[in-house]
Design a protein around this ligand. Sequence first.
Ligand code: DC
Length: 221
Amino acid sequence: MRKIKIAIDGPAGAGKSTAARLLAKRIDYVYIDTGAMYRALTLLALKHNIGWDDENNLVALFEQHKIDQYGSTTLIDGIDVSDEIRTNKVSRAVSEVCRHRDVRQKMVKLQRQMAQQGGVVMDGRDIGTVVLPDAELKIFLTASLEVRAKRRMDELRQMGKPIPFSEVLANIKQRDKMDSTRKIAPLRKADDAVVIDNSFLPIYEEIDILETMAREKIADI
Ligand code: DC
């Protein structure tokens, strides 16, 4: 059976990672978290004191190091940074790194290679529009701002990094603005994407819906 490509896009805190991970597990596909890849480069930039406007050195960093991403695991040069890339410090800075054209070009190239064989559920902001415009199934996952901020706050608390709601809300608001107004590959629903608002949708129902859609597509091709 041919394996398809599934793109899941949407704003921060819409639950893309959870949905993509669970869907991939159900249909035995590989889950790729592209946000984690931008976060890994941001972590590298913080460690090497590279300025946010220094596009050449950000690209050089990308070329000098190896970023691996599969499922919930992100590695830099073979070292597991899955937790470190979730700190608030990285969350605050990542939009600065991912707005550069050359940085995105490098990332997109790598992401396309990772998805080449199909059998992937890839989540991000520009997957359906830029990275995999040929994806057989495109989902645009969203939820209200408050619901998204609450989820992010709970996630950080679980990681032992409690942050006040107002701060998480401000961070999400700012990222929404930067992600959707940036010049290159802004967050935008692909014309052929299906919108799912999960503000009041239990996760198991959401995954059932996604699984049905995916299986229908797989059966169609
Ligand atoms: O999904 P996330 O919050 O981990 O993403 C981190 C940042 O990376 C977010 O500010 C948007 C950006 N991003 C992007 O520009 N393009 C992607 N394909 C994925 C994430």
